[in-house]
Design a protein around this ligand. Structure first.
Ligand SMILES: Cc1cc2nc3c(=O)[nH]c(=O)nc-3n(C[C@H](O)[C@H](O)[C@H](O)COP(=O)(O)OP(=O)(O)OC[C@H]3O[C@@H](n4cnc5c(N)ncnc54)[C@H](O)[C@@H]3O)c2cc1C
Ligand SMILES: NC(=O)c1ccc[n+]([C@@H]2O[C@H](COP(=O)([O-])OP(=O)(O)OC[C@H]3O[C@@H](n4cnc5c(N)ncnc54)[C@H](O)[C@@H]3O)[C@@H](O)[C@H]2O)c1
Length: 499
């Protein structure tokens, strides 16, 4: 189904361009292209490179910086702040190892400066414009593209593009909840613009973004309150992950308020911003210096004039079939814009698959069970595959084992015993259905399990791996062996392998 990676077999129909702005003559030539990709974030970049690799003539339109949300506003700056937060925690606890660190405090301007430098470094390392140029892909950075009809888009610059296929990879944007005083709040991508580290912060929304911001602000020294309508933090994670992270937040002094009835309004007072919210029928008021609304990330659809292409959004996203085709088959939608995975690795996979579906006319789709994800809270969390609830719903007899980090030598040595790895194994075929972890390097651990899942390794094979000592990854071996013990039949058969 997937052709081997080949050098471009045809040159673009007009010369590749990376220039911004009008051509020297003042008039902007129309472009006719086979594949038009709108957006050069992870989804659009993957789609464009793959489509070009398959020999198509490809044009990319990007309204802002290449790299998209991930590099410029999302994952990279968040991860940079998470690193600063980790350093602060290490400094605070260094005394346990006889290290005398004095005067730990945050120079917020230096912290944000360092994070911005990391964003710049990643952008330079990824060098999308150069990669596009090397591949012979036109990159047009002349503003936003919008539809004129299902095969024609016009950019803000006035340039018109006619395309056989259009792949929309337009991502999304933060959303403020529509309450009085909402303008007093900031949003996750503007946290770096805060003039100083706030003494008191309220974070509204405890999804992946909000949870990471909780740890960042708390570790750097802010008092943190987190509010969510949902009954638990990290609603899309396994329930055990949510419970462990909420417990860790509370142990660190964070006020965790989930299952609230609503946030009614924000009000500027002489002593900060008052957040008015309700728990059941009880009216509550929390006074803070900064409110961050991390309440979702709807797709960037308004500027697209979708009606001109015969498309209609649904609940803030553009629905697609399993092969990323919209109801207009020549228009595919990948990444955050279709509201499915909303992860970089998902967007990249979808971009490549959509390019193949568009150029080769095949039907490639993602294996959601192999999409590891997680976040950098304290401790970290991660997951892949079915949650325990999902697995038990499909097969009540599945094996679920949990190994605490306190059973892991390395975690004990490092004094990082908070957390666990849960492994879910199919009782009949012994295949790993899911893994969920909280603890040091949780995402890396889960990712190793995902690799095993991708290779079709069963629990017995995982149990037979001798993990290096003393490592965090060794918890996978402990969990796999526990899963075998839980299933005496398998344990008998594999006892020879395990020795
Ligand atoms: C704070 C935060 C932290 C995150 N951390 C992680 C993480 O650690 N790991 C992870 O996997 N995911 C993370 N995510 C999610 C991740 O950033 C997204 O899933 C990913 O960027 C989606 O890629 P995309 O290509 O679909 O869209 P985007 O990256 O949003 O790119 C879309 C691009 O399209 C452009 N565009 C939009 N409309 C138009 C138009 N009309 N014309 C031309 N160009 C247009 C935009 O300028 C943008 O560059 C995070 C998100 C946030 C907000
Ligand atoms: N590390 C990562 O992989 C990572 C990090 C950040 C974001 N992302 C992805 O980006 C996307 C957006 O993430 P997000 O966390 O910004 O959004 P989200 O939609 O995942 O979470 C938003 C949270 O806000 C809550 N909320 C919504 N309205 C509210 C209200 N009026 N009052 C109180 N709470 C309210 C919701 O219940 C939800 O828990 C997600 O799909 C996420 O997976 C991934």
């Amino acid at each position: 189904m997937t052709p081997s990676a080949a050098a471009p077999t045809s040159a673009p129909t007009s010369a590749p361009m990376t220039a911004s702005g009008p051509a020297a003559s003042g008039a902007l030539d129309d472009v006719t292209t086979e594949v038009l990709v709108v957006g050069a974030g992870p989804g659009g970049t993957a789609a464009a490179l793959r489509a070009r690799e398959l020999g198509a003539d490809v044009t990319v339109v990007e309204a802002a910086a290449t790299g998209g949300t991930c590099v410029n506003l999302g994952c990279v700056p968040t991860r940079g702040l998470a690193k600063a937060a980790r350093l602060m925690r290490e400094v605070r606890t260094a005394g346990r190892y006889g290290i005398v660190a004095v005067d730990e405090r945050v120079d917020w301007a230096a912290t944000t400066g360092r994070v911005r430098a990391a964003v710049q470094a990643v952008r330079e390392m990824k060098r999308e414009p150069a990669r596009f140029a090397e591949a012979g892909i036109r990159l047009l950075q002349e503003g936003r593209a919008r539809f004129e009809d299902a095969h024609t888009m016009v950019i803000d610059s006035g340039r018109r593009i006619h395309a056989d296929t259009i792949i929309l990879a337009v991502g999304g944007h933060s959303s403020r909840i529509p309450i009085p005083g909402a303008e007093l709040a900031t949003v996750p991508e503007h946290v770096l613009d805060l003039p100083e580290l706030p003494r008191r912060v309220a974070i509204i929304g405890a999804g992946n973004t909000g949870a990471q911001l909780v740890t960042i602000f708390r570790s750097l020294g802010s008092e943190v309150t987190v509010l969510d309508l949902a009954p638990r933090v990290l609603m899309t994670s396994d329930e055990s992950v949510s419970a462990a992270i909420a417990e860790a937040f509370e142990a660190d002094g964070v006020a965790v308020r989930t299952g609230i009835a609503g946030v009614d309004r924000l009000e500027q007072t002489g002593d900060g911003i008052a957040v008015h919210w309700r728990q059941g029928a009880d009216a509550q008021r929390t006074l803070v210096d900064v409110v961050v609304m991390a309440t979702g990330w709807p797709a960037d659809l308004a500027p697209l004039a979708l009606d001109k292409a015969g498309l209609e959004p649904e609940r803030g996203f553009l629905p697609v079939d399993r092969f990323y085709r919209s109801p207009v088959p020549s228009i595919l939608v990948v990444g955050d814009a279709n509201g499915r995975d909303m992860l970089v690795q998902g967007a990249q996979f979808e971009g490549e698959a959509a390019a193949e579906n568009a150029v080769l006319g095949v039907n490639r789709r993602s294996m959601l069970s192999l999409l590891p994800s997680g976040g950098f809270t304290d401790p970290d969390y991660g997951g892949v595959g079915a949650t325990v609830a999902e697995a038990r719903e499909r097969d009540p007899g599945c094996i679920v084992v949990t190994v605490p980090f306190s059973d892991l030598d390395r975690a004990v040595i490092d004094d990082r015993t908070r957390g666990f790895l849960t492994l879910i194994v199919d009782r009949r075929r012994d295949l790993v259905l899911g893994a969920h972890a909280v603890g040091e390097h949780a995402i890396e651990i889960v990712q190793s399990v995902a690799t095993a899942m991708a290779a079709g390794a069963d629990a017995a094979t995982l149990a037979a791996v001798r993990f290096a000592y003393p490592t965090y990854g060794a918890i996978i071996g402990l969990a796999a062996r526990a899963a075998l013990r839980d299933d005496p039949e398998v344990a008998d058969v594999t006892s020879a392998v395990l020795g």
